[in-house]
Design a protein around this ligand. Structure first.
Ligand SMILES: [Mg+2]
Length: 394
C-alpha cells in the first residue's frame, strides 16, 4: 500500500554548483570568471568538475581531460585537492545541520534535507545564504513533496538557483522533462526508449502497465510511479557506504605482475585507511582489472572474519591478482571492500575473536597518516614486521 500523501511532507535537495572548481575560484580570486577545469590535460585523466565559464566551451564532467583541452585550450587545468574539498564539504554539512536533524548525504556536495512541516523555501533560502556568506560558494536548491522531484527541481535551476515544485505543478513539470532525467535511466534504456520515440517523462507516463513490466522488469512499478510523480522514499540520514573502492588508470599500460603488485599495495592501503576512518571493516575484498582493449574482469573473496588492516586487505587483493594471472597489458587496476560491518561487530556473543595484531599497527599508522596527510609507513616494511611477529609468538 502506498502511504497516504500529505502536503506536510517537504524535502529540500541541495547541490553545490561546480563544487571543486568553485572552491578553487574561492581560494584563488585570480581564477574568478575564468574557465577552470579540475583534472590533468595529459594522459588518461577525466574532468572531475569544471567552472561554468568552461562549460561554455562544451567541457563537461567525466569527459576525457584531453578532449577538454582540445575544446578549451585556454582552460586552467588544476589538480584536484580532495582534502580541501572535504574540508569545505564538512563545513557545508555543518550548516545543513543547523536547519534539520534529518539529512541524507548523497555525495561530497549534495544532500536531501527533510523539512517536513516547515517552510522549505525559507529554509532553502537560509541555507543558500549561509553557504554563500560563510564559504564563498553557491548551491542550488530544489524544494518539493518528494525526493526525486526535489532533485529534478534543483537540477533545473542551476547555477545559484532556488526552485519549488508543488504537488499541483509536479505532473506538468515532469511531463516536459527528457525521460533521461529520471534516476535509473541509463544509456542502454535511453536508446531503447529513443527507438520507441519516447523522449519525455510525459510520453513514458502514458505507456500501459504491461509495457512497463516488459521494459523495466522488477523496477516497473518504481518507474511508473516516478513518471506519475509518486515517490514515498524517506530521507535516510547518513547512509552507511555499501562499499569502499579505489582505482587507478595508468598513464601507460602495465604488463609486469611485480609492478601491478606495487600499485595494488597503494590501492589496498588507501581502501583500508578509508575503512578505518569510517570505523568499518569488510568481509569481502575484490579487485578489478581492465585490460588495454577495455575488457574488464572482477574477482572477489569473502573472509570468515572482517578485516580493515592494510596488510590483510593487500594480502587478499594480491592473492586474487595472482589467481587472475593477467597476461595482457593492464590499463586500470582497482581494489574494493564490500560486506561492510562496524569495527566493533562480533561474530557471536559467546565467542570474541582475538583482535588482529594488525589493528594495533594500523592505529599507529593512521595517527601518522592523519598528521602528515599521506601514508608514511610502506606496506613492505609492515609485511616484514608481520613475519617477525609470527616468529616471536610462534
Ligand atoms: Mg554539484
Amino acid at each position: 500500500m502506498v502511504a497516504p500523501e500529505t502536503d506536510y511532507r517537504c524535502i529540500i535537495h541541495i547541490d553545490a554548483d561546480a563544487f571543486f572548481a568553485s572552491v578553487e575560484q574561492r581560494d584563488n580570486p585570480d581564477l574568478k570568471g575564468k574557465p577552470v577545469i579540475i583534472g590533468f590535460p595529459h594522459g588518461r585523466g577525466v574532468v572531475s568538475t569544471c567552472s561554468y565559464e568552461a562549460r561554455v566551451y562544451g567541457v563537461r564532467s567525466a569527459m576525457p581531460a584531453v578532449q577538454a583541452y582540445r575544446l578549451c585550450p585556454n582552460g586552467i587545468f588544476i589538480k584536484p585537492r580532495m582534502e580541501r574539498y572535504k574540508q569545505v564539504s564538512d563545513a557545508m554539512f555543518d550548516i545543513f545541520d543547523r536547519y534539520s536533524p534529518v539529512i541524507e548525504k548523497l555525495s561530497i556536495d549534495e544532500a536531501f534535507i527533510d523539512a517536513s512541516g516547515e517552510d522549505g523555501v525559507q529554509i532553502a533560502a537560509a541555507i543558500r545564504r549561509d553557504v554563500k556568506h560563510e564559504l564563498g560558494i553557491t548551491v542550488s536548491a530544489g524544494v518539493s513533496y518528494c525526493k526525486f522531484v526535489a532533485k529534478l527541481a534543483s537540477d533545473s535551476c542551476k547555477p545559484d538557483g532556488l526552485r519549488r515544485v508543488s504537488r499541483e505543478e509536479a505532473q506538468s513539470f515532469l511531463d516536459n522533462l527528457p525521460v533521461s532525467r529520471l534516476p535509473g535511466i541509463g544509456p542502454k534504456t535511453k536508446s531503447k526508449l529513443d527507438t520507441l520515440g519516447i523522449s519525455t517523462i510525459g510520453a513514458l507516463r502514458q505507456m500501459p502497465e504491461t509495457w512497463f513490466v516488459r521494459v523495466f522488469g522488477k523496477s516497473a512499478k518504481r518507474f511508473q510511479d516516478m513518471a506519475r510523480g509518486i515517490d514515498n522514499e524517506p530521507v535516510t540520514p547518513w547512509r552507511e557506504p555499501k562499499s569502499v573502492s579505489e582505482e587507478n588508470t595508468f598513464e601507460k599500460d602495465i604488463d609486469s605482475t611485480e609492478a601491478l603488485k606495487g600499485h595494488l599495495a597503494i590501492l589496498a592501503q588507501n581502501v583500508a585507511f578509508r575503512l578505518r576512518k569510517a570505523r568499518l571493516k569488510c568481509r569481502t575484498v575484490g579487485i578489478k582489472i581492465r585490460f588495454h582493449n577495455f575488457s574488464t574482469i572482477t574477482r572477489e573473496h569473502t573472509l570468515s572474519e572482517p578485516v580493515s588492516s592494510d596488510a590483510e586487505i593487500f594480502h587478499e587483493a594480491k592473492a586474487l591478482l595472482e589467481a587472475a594471472a593477467p597476461e595482457k597489458p593492464v590499463r586500470l587496476l582497482g581494489v574494493t571492500a564490500k560486506g561492510l560491518v562496524p569495527e566493533t561487530s562480533r561474530q557471536a556473543p559467546l565467542f570474541e575473536p582475538p583482535e588482529s595484531p594488525w589493528d594495533d599497527i594500523s592505529r599507529s599508522m593512521d595517527r601518522l597518516r592523519n598528521k602528515y596527510g599521506k601514508p608514511v609507513v610502506l606496506l613492505g616494511s609492515c609485511l616484514r614486521s608481520r613475519t617477525e611477529k609470527e616468529q616471536d609468538t610462534g
